[in-house]
Design a protein around this ligand. Structure first.
Ligand SMILES: [Cu+2]
Length: 164
């Protein structure tokens, strides 16, 4: 029966679609990796980071490192205690929560003079992008919108319920 086939198709779409949209892996700086004199602000600008996505910081071991810091630490390049550094040269960070995230290099003056700092905004899976890029000083009170995907799933569920 046609409706059965439709059901199978819908179920398949619902299973596959999240798998496609979940977890993007971003190599910070792309081919340039994690380094000085790179515009990470420009790099991050056209990207949307969602909870579950991954950042990978790539650099020669010993040359750089990665610290997660707060907004002030980012702005003023305040390096946290050394034992908190990521330093494998291939540091993977899974973005676990929504909100603003800041990362800096703690080696020498790489952050202050080399601009080796990254600021991103992580969106929750179901929210639309914040309307404007927020600077570290402003606290983004981002409204939650139902994404197109959420509406699609709702529509699919509605269709399935009508058919069954
Ligand atoms: Cu560095």
């Amino acid at each position: 029966m046609a409706s059965k086939q439709l059901l199978v198709i819908l179920a398949t779409v619902m299973l596959i679609f999240p798998a496609v949209t979940i977890a993007t892996e971003y190599v910070v700086g792309d081919e340039s990796g994690w380094t000085i004199k790179f515009d990470y602000e420009a790099w991050a600008k056209d990207k949307q980071f969602f909870v579950g996505d991954k950042l990978v910081f790539k650099y020669p071991v010993g040359v750089h490192n990665v610290f997660k810091v707060n907004g002030t630490g980012f702005k003023e390049c305040i390096v946290p205690p050394a034992n908190l550094a990521l330093s494998t040269g291939n540091d993977e960070i899974t973005l676990a929560t929504p909100g603003n995230k800041w990362y800096i290099c703690g080696v020498a003056k790489h952050c202050a003079d080399g601009g080796q700092k990254l600021s991103i905004t992580v969106l929750s899976e179901w929210s639309a992008p914040a309307p404007a890029p927020s600077s570290p000083s402003t606290n983004a009170a981002n409204g939650i919108f139902v994404s197109g995907y959420g509406l699609l799933i709702a529509a699919l569920i509605a269709i399935v319920m009508i058919i069954v």
